[in-house]
Ligand binder design. Structure first.
Ligand SMILES: Cc1cc2nc3c(=O)[nH]c(=O)nc-3n(C[C@H](O)[C@H](O)[C@H](O)COP(=O)(O)O)c2cc1C
Length: 307
């Protein structure tokens, strides 16, 4: 039996459910020497803004127990340069390209970005990053259900393309926000973005990263992410793209069983660029070993503990 790894999100078909997470894989070309990019389920680009951004003050990353803190601050070339210099490579890949976008000063910037990306055939989906913790805003769009609804609704009116809304774990109820995204017409939600965190150099008595605090990622946040996927799965009907500390097949399986239709692989790319391909092979093997023909027979199949 050949396991069927394909999944559907909105109107988009993916040959397998393993993507690479925004900001951890550049614009894919950077990883072309390490892995066969065509084997990935999809690529999610580094988040793009209207204008180019240099990002936050260094140091921008530091190691933490079982993870890392980052405060990159959305360094990117801006939409025009992205389309001119990065899209030609992505267009040739032949796998779904998901372009992540964010606003910096005004949510209206999303409108401009969506309109521009809507005209490019090879952009398969748009991911609305409303959850970046490193712009040091008082409140993120994804920290408020009404703001999330308004933003996603306005994007929905502008494009037929698959829309994914990326959510923050820095909230009281992620499922409430996921529901707002669903009701506004999002085709899927991606969760989780990084968890707010801080590390201190006790000798210098300074923060370890230049902008004081940042976003925590890696295996340290996995249990938080798995719980949030499970909570959202029990509340919404649209697909969930799970992320947070996925490093291998075992950790990936946790997300599918909790309710994720697809996963995105992040921090581990810096350590093992082959991790996503290893997970695809591991998934085929697990499905064959457990007589699971179709991934839908695994998604959300969490059972209660044996008593
Ligand atoms: C260095 C770094 C940069 C990131 N940049 C972005 C970004 O530009 N846009 C975004 O939506 N998420 C960004 N993220 C968050 C990841 O896409 C992912 O949601 C998060 O790291 C959790 O997954 P992980 O634990 O597998 O890394 C970034 C994460 C890291 C570590």
């Amino acid at each position: 039996m050949k396991p069927d790894l394909s999944v559907r999100i909105g109107k988009l078909d993916f040959k397998n459910p393993v993507m690479v997470a925004s900001g951890t894989f550049g614009y894919a070309e950077e990883f072309g020497d390490f892995i066969d990019l065509k084997k990935l389920g999809a690529i999610v680009t580094k988040t793009i803004t209207i204008k180019p951004r240099l990002g936050n003050l260094p140091p921008r990353t530091c190691e933490t127990p079982a993870g890392m803190l980052n405060s990159i601050g959305l360094e990117n070339p801006g939409i025009d340069k992205f389309i001119k210099e990065k899209m030609p490579f992505l267009k040739k890949l032949g796998i779904p390209v998901i372009v992540s976008i964010a606003s910096v000063d005004d949510p209206g910037e999303f409108t401009i970005l969506v309109k521009q990306l809507d005209t490019i055939k090879e952009v398969s989906a748009i991911e609305l990053n409303i959850s970046c913790p490193n712009l040091h805003k008082e409140r993120l769009i994804s920290q408020d259900a009404k703001d999330t609804f308004a933003l996603v609704s306005s994007a929905r009116k502008l494009t037929e393309k698959c829309l994914i809304t990326k959510l923050s774990p820095n909230v009281t109820s992620v499922s409430e926000i996921a529901l707002a995204a669903e009701e506004a017409g999002s085709d899927a939600v991606a969760l989780i973005n990084t968890l707010g965190g801080m590390s201190i150099d006790v000798d210098k008595r300074t923060p370890k990263i230049g902008s004081w605090s940042g976003g925590l990622s890696g295996p340290a946040i996995r249990p938080v992410a798995v719980k949030m996927v499970w909570e959202a799965y029990n509340k919404i009907k649209i697909p969930i793209i799970g992320s947070g500390g996925i490093i291998d097949i075992q950790s990936a399986l946790e997300f599918f069983i909790a309710g994720a239709t697809a996963i995105s692989v992040g921090t581990i790319n810096f350590i093992n660029p082959r991790a996503s391909l290893e997970i695809i092979s591991g998934l085929k093997e697990y499905m064959a070993d457990n007589n699971i023909h179709n991934l839908s027979n695994l998604i959300g199949r969490l059972k209660a503990c044996d008593s």
